[in-house]
Design a protein around this ligand. Structure first.
Ligand code: ASP
Ligand code: MG
Length: 401
């Protein structure tokens, strides 16, 4: 008995049958004597469809009006779910973000949750209602609706769990949990029982699409234990919490990211301040740089190579062309036929040779490494995109034979 927050993603509520399925999961939880708060995303591809609709009318629509539009997606799913629960004979109430007390910063489209004033939710629970809250949205100081950025419903759920000190926060999705590699691509990928916040954060950031990374950050900050599980099969999923490498695994997963561009500045002056000038230009435009490599200077010149996400590739290349025009250098070369493959695991901090094992697997698969970067719990390599799937399988095999 306790307070349970359950979040259902767009695919879990995609059609009438799925909405009714969610209603049965939720009411089962309620029947066991729990207070239940449910957070839902918009149905299926609703958010993408709304964005497309807006683009037909005004491709440069203001962010305020975009948020007014996009928040409607979740309004549909909360009301439908409430109706489904009603049809099963249970009391429920649906609430938009502002009704549920979500106060956010003012930045439309990328708002951050400042606090959840949970009195209304509490009052509804006290009336024995199952409370259904629209994910991904809140209200700012101008009393306008805001959205939290794509995939923001996970964060809405964690924020409620944190604000109300919930006993459990379950994130239901269309996969059964967090896997050691993409189970659709890697045959013997297996589901993890547990994973710690930092590992999950790395995997989420690397594009393993089970959880939004901001939600993991927030869960860590407020020690909200998460469970990632499927809404389609009733089985335990993966628990995300502060855990001391319980499964004694060297690594917890292998991830791949293809949305990447490699940029090289060739023959820039070998003098102090060049790296600063290059990367501060990118930072000023909010472009995140990932792997960085600088060559040793020769004849007063050096090369700097780095990677950026595909979304900022055009802007980054343009900035670097400008840099060479004003500071000297031979040329800018870019290549989007690259992929980043990474291993993540808290076991790396205490075990030597983990990276070497990864490189050995790549050697055996005859995959050439272009760049390498490491952190305490992650090693990433940049390789040719055509080798990406082969590399993931080879590395996964090496660690999870
Ligand atoms: N419906 C929103 C989106 O598609 C929020 C979410 O799914 O979490 O990004
Ligand atoms: Mg969605």
């Amino acid at each position: 008995m306790g307070l349970i927050v359950q979040k259902f993603g767009g695919s879990s509520v995609a059609n009438a049958e799925r909405v009714l399925n969610v209603a049965s999961i939720v009411t089962d939880t309620y029947k066991s004597g729990n207070d239940v708060v449910v957070v839902v995303s918009a149905q299926g591809d609703t958010t993408d469809d709304l964005i497309a609709k807006a683009a037909e009318i005004n491709p440069n629509a203001s962010k305020r009006e975009m948020d007014m539009l996009l928040t409607a997606g979740e309004q549909i799913s909360i009301s439908l779910l409430a109706m489904a629960i009603e049809s099963l004979g249970f009391p429920s109430v649906s609430l938009l973000g502002w009704q549920a007390g979500f106060k956010t910063t003012s930045s439309y489209g990328t708002a951050r949750i400042k606090k959840v004033e949970s009195e209304r939710i509490r009052a509804e629970l006290d009336k024995k209602n199952i409370v259904i809250v629209a994910g991904f949205q809140g209200i700012n100081k101008y009393e306008d609706m805001t959205t939290l950025g794509r995939g923001g419903s996970d964060t809405s759920a964690v924020a409620i769990a944190a604000a109300m000190n919930a006993d459990k926060c379950q994130i239901f999705t269309d996969v059964e949990g967090v896997y050691t590699a993409d189970p659709r691509k890697v045959e013997n990928a297996r589901k993890l029982k547990e994973i710690n916040y930092d590992e999950m954060l790395e995997l989420a950031t690397l594009g393993a699409q089970v959880l939004n990374n901001r939600s993991v950050e927030m869960a860590k900050k407020y020690s909200v234990e998460l469970e990632v599980l499927s809404s389609l099969v009733r089985k335990p999923g993966t628990i995300v919490k502060e855990v001391a490498n319980m499964e004694k695994m060297l690594i917890s997963g292998v991830a791949k990211d293809k949305d990447i561009l490699r940029i090289s500045l060739v023959g820039v002056p070998d003098e102090p301040g060049i790296a600063f000038k290059v990367f501060s230009r990118l930072a000023a435009k909010n472009i995140n740089v990932d792997i960085i490599l600088q060559s040793v200077g020769r004849d007063g010149k050096k090369d700097i190579t780095f990677t950026v996400g595909s979304a900022s590739s055009k802007e980054a290349v343009a900035l670097m062309e400008e840099f060479i025009a004003s500071h000297g250098g031979e040329k800018v070369i870019s290549d989007d036929k690259v992929a980043k493959v990474s291993i993540v695991g808290a076991g790396m901090e205490t075990h030597a040779g983990v990276a070497a094992k990864m490189f050995e697997a790549l050697y055996e698969a005859q995959v050439n490494i272009q760049m390498i970067s490491t952190s305490e719990i992650k090693t990433s390599v940049l390789i040719n995109v055509d080798d990406a799937d082969k590399a993931v399988s080879a590395i996964h095999n090496e660690f999870f034979k």
